[in-house]
Design a protein around this ligand. Sequence first.
Ligand code: PEP
Ligand code: MG
Length: 321
Amino acid sequence: LRDQALEKASLDATTSDGKRIQVFANIGSPGDADQALANGAEGIGLFRTEFLYLENDHWPTEEEQIKAYSHVLKAFQNKPVIIRTLDIGGDKDLPYANLPKEDNPFLGHRAIRYCLANPAVFKTQLKALLRSSIHGDLWIMLPMVENLSEIQETKSLLDECRRELTQKNIPFAETIKVGIMIEVPAAAIYADVLAKEVDFMSIGTNDLTQYTLAADRGNEQVAHLYDAAHPAVLRLVKKTCEAANQAGIIAGMCGELAGDTMMAEILIGLGLHELSMSAGAIPEMKEQVRQIHSTSAQKRADEALLQGSADAVRQSVNPSF
Ligand code: PEP
Ligand code: MG
């Protein structure tokens, strides 16, 4: 299947009954863009920007960031490029940031929380994003959002950045989509409220799973409990898709689950329109999508939501599991 899939990598992923699914790539540095394109990525669903901060011994400047973002935007021409703002904290330390030690770092001062508390750091990134936006189709995505005011505060910081750039006659694109990751259960549970404030939502199943199941994603001892196919996680996916649909915005997925070909039928049945994964997984996923019929996908999804465990869900789509 792999060779066959690679040959057809550049074709669309449309279900057998004509439903178009966007297959995007997750990347962690600008150098990954070419491989993503070669594998048939129709966009970037998650550009993790942490490398800029982790690989430096100083806060990356606006110019350093523009170089990285513009490279990917240019490579993707007018395909969507979703760039995630800094997701620091949790397990990702930053020596020069002097982050205080926390007892529960994953429940602590990470991602959007850190950025809003450090507006100078955040504004440097937002300005770099705005300035890069003239090179392609930029979508900005906020990590770890759990309430509406985090979105509103970010939007007013963005407006502040726009005003400052305008004063200096520095150009930026007028239409930049702003969206959020759904990776905290609260956000999925009231996704209908958040959806009214954003242009898109993308489900981060890596964190959503650890927070929903209270199982640390990196702890071997609870690895047997950690599975994104758990029906409770899938119910949150469904809730998010329904909220997005109601609000007329796109719901995608960029956690590991999105690249799991065995689960593709269920994910499409739950209502996802965009799946983002590592570049290497794209050709097979597209091929898999072409085999799926959305009526039976919906039936599979409905059944999965009623299963008793992640294993039962996996067996329902793969009897040899
Ligand atoms: C996620 O949590 O699913 C995600 C995509 O973000 P990260 O893995 O970078 O935390
Ligand atoms: Mg995450």
